[in-house]
Ligand binder design. Structure first.
Ligand code: SF4
Length: 652
């Protein structure tokens, strides 16, 4: 490690401007030890420590097949296209690596053939995109849609790609030539496979419930999770189930083209699928009223609450069974795939309607014009122990925020790394390496005390007034982050015509487009949880992060409520065992948006006065990086304009 990452190591010779970071070397040595001794390492590495290279280098040297999983496709691309080449070519480590995304990112050659015969299947208005797609399909080596400048929401793409459910697998006539088959072969021959958490857990859920073979990932020896704070959410989603009307629409659409029109059975198959779709439409359109579900909200499901929908659910289940029975007698792989999908959908809908597993929480969710019936494990600890820790002996969990109140206990318990008695289930090392940023010089933390509490009248107006004053200090360049859509909309409505900078709001455009606009022109961006983490805006474009409230998860959400109940039933105090540590991690993530490089400088404003008035609030603030603290806006303005470094000074 020293020879590669040390002060006079190879990296210092190949990377212009590189600075030795002892924190990076310390982390790299622990990752190396985890590989050598087959341990679990849980490592918090503050922003700016260079943690990517600190795990990539020992992974490359380990001689084992390593999966590296990160939170998003963007981070995955960055790791594969920027950091890995540095290890391979800069440091000269001979390591084969493959980037693997979810199946739906790759062109399906079988579906392409069908669309070539009938381009109208792509849907109306897709002529221009089809011309572009067709030319690309003839030359692409990977089939990855990221090579194309397709709009994110191009409605025709699902007709050209597959999911696990719709792929014909080994029975596909184009299986050998298929991009996904070739990708899997490349991954199998690689030392390092770069994935994202969604793909990792989708694959893990599949590999264990159906045996390996249907997933995209080959067998692996070790896993490194970057952005590991996001793992519990990803695992919860993929170990759970979501049944929505969209799945029935897709099923019916595929059933209508599964057989050639001249085939005598085509009409029967289409009729069966249309019947199920109609039954599902009726179920999902009456669900909101029957369940008392409002749009963009969630309601907990119980067998009693689902009772009024019983007859409609039965109708859908019968329809799916009839479709499954019809498909079972067919030889065509397309029709057989429809049969498998029908059976799976049937089992999932039946699981949700029974709503009787004590380990799961069930809820209905209103999303835009649709409704989803969902189930998820209340805790993923046991599932991870069974499905992952028993078969993989080397695991690294890293992120800039894993500790709550200076302890890894919360993270380790939630992910099942500690048992009920608090003992590690596998040899475990915990490591915290500090950030290499100079927070007292680079960051100010503004904690006003004169505002009403969040549940008091006038809170929204006070937040708006503070945002106005704070953005004057920084010249816009601000993220204003909210814990609820309601507050975001209310403050946005008050300020959108009063702020002298472009005002952006989450939901008005795709996230990447908002970020591009934000980076291009000094702006003020209003957003909620999706911008609290995983967003990287280094430099002057972001100089101010305002958070309206402490980010406590809403106990109104069925999943949060079920976790609280489960902890209480186990004799724990849910506020200190769950809500507080969860908020501490989220707060540190929000803070982490501000300082992304050693040259950055800026302000974090926390407008929730409970941070000063409540003991837990003071505890939460203590867990933040050591920024200089201000209570007065004038003093804050002077600090920001002075620009020069000031060493750590106690709170004013
Ligand atoms: S194997 Fe699946 S993804 Fe590949 S071409 Fe066939 S249907 Fe498409």
């Amino acid at each position: 490690m020293e020879a590669l990452l040390g002060p006079r190591g190879r990296l210092s010779q190949v990377l212009p401007g590189w600075e030795h970071r002892p924190e990076q070397l310390a982390l790299a040595r622990e990752v190396e030890r985890a590989f050598g001794e087959r341990r679990v390492l849980v490592a918090e590495a503050g922003t700016g420590t260079g943690k990517t290279l600190a795990y990539l280098v020992p992974a490359a040297l380990s001689g084992r097949k390593v999966v590296i999983s990160t939170a998003t496709k963007t981070l995955q691309d960055q790791l594969f296209h920027k950091d890995l080449p540095l290890v391979q070519h800069g440091l000269g480590l001979d390591v084969r690596a493959t980037l693997v995304k979810g199946r739906a990112n790759y062109l399906c050659l079988h579906r392409l053939e069908r669309i070539e015969r009938e381009p109208a299947l792509l849907g109306p208005g897709a002529e221009e995109a089809w011309a572009q797609l067709h030319a690309w399909a003839g030359r692409t080596e990977t089939g990855d849609r990221a090579e194309l400048e397709l709009p994110d929401d191009f409605a025709g793409w699902p007709r050209l790609s597959t999911t696990r459910e719709t792929c014909l697998g080994a029975r596909c006539p184009l299986h050998e030539a298929c991009f996904v088959t070739r990708l899997r072969a490349r991954a199998d021959a690689s030392d390092i496979i770069v994935v994202n958490h969604a793909l990792f857990f989708a694959d893990l859920a599949l590999r264990t419930s159906r045996g390996s073979g249907e997933g995209v990932l080959p067998r692996y020896d070790a896993v490194i999770f970057d952005e590991a704070h996001a793992l519990e959410d990803a695992a919860t989603e993929y170990f759970g189930t979501a049944v929505s009307s969209f799945r029935f629409e897709d099923l019916a659409r595929d059933a209508q083209v599964a057989l050639e029109p001249a085939d005598a059975r085509a009409g029967m198959l289409a009729a069966l699928a249309l019947k199920v779709r109609g039954q599902a439409e009726s179920l999902f359109s009456s669900a909101p009223r029957a369940l008392g579900l409002l749009s963009e909200s969630a309601i907990r499901l119980t067998p009693a609450l689902l009772e009024p929908l019983g007859r409609q659910v039965d109708g859908v289940l019968e329809g799916l069974s009839a479709l499954g029975a019809f498909a079972a007698g067919a030889e065509e792989p397309e029709v057989q795939a429809l049969g498998r999908r029908s059976s799976e959908l049937c089992a999932e809908l039946d699981f949700v309607r029974r709503a009787d597993s004590q380990d799961h929480v069930y809820w209905a969710e209103g999303r835009g014009r649709g409704v989803a019936l969902r189930a998820a494990p209340i805790s993923v600890a046991e599932a991870l122990r069974e499905k992952l820790y028993k078969s993989v002996d080397t695991l690294v969990f890293t992120s800039a925020t894993l500790r709550a109140g200076n302890s890894f206990g919360y993270f380790c318990r939630r992910l099942g790394l500690l048992d009920e008695a608090g003992e590690p289930v596998h040899p475990l090392t915990q490591l915290a390496v500090p950030s290499s940023f100079d927070y007292p010089r680079q960051a100010a933390l503004y904690l006003p005390t004169h505002l009403p509490e969040p549940n008091q009248p006038g809170f929204v107006q006070s937040v708006a007034a503070e945002v106005l004053s704070l953005t004057e200090v920084t010249g816009g360049r601000a993220f204003v982050l909210f814990t609820s859509l309601r507050n975001m909309d209310a403050v946005h409505a008050l300020l959108q015509h009063r702020l002298p900078w472009p005002v952006l709001k989450q939901g008005e455009a795709p996230k990447h487009a908002l970020l591009e606009a934000f980076r291009a022109t000094p702006s003020v961006l209003f957003a909620t949880s999706s911008f609290w983490e995983g967003v990287d805006v280094p430099g002057d474009a972001l100089s101010l992060v305002v958070m309206d409230k402490l980010p406590f998860a809403s106990p109104g959400h069925p999943l949060t409520a079920a976790r609280i109940e489960q902890l209480a039933a186990q004799g724990e105090e849910p506020f200190s065992a769950y809500q507080l540590p969860e908020a501490a991690l989220a707060l540190r993530q929000g803070f982490g948006r501000l300082i992304r490089s050693r040259a950055d400088r800026g302000i974090v404003a926390l407008l929730d006065v409970r941070v000063s008035r409540r003991a837990y609030g003071r505890q939460l603030v203590q867990s933040l990086p050591p920024a200089r603290r201000f209570r007065s806006l004038d003093a804050l303005g002077e600090w920001f304009s002075a620009g020069a470094a000031v060493a750590a000074v106690p709170a004013e």
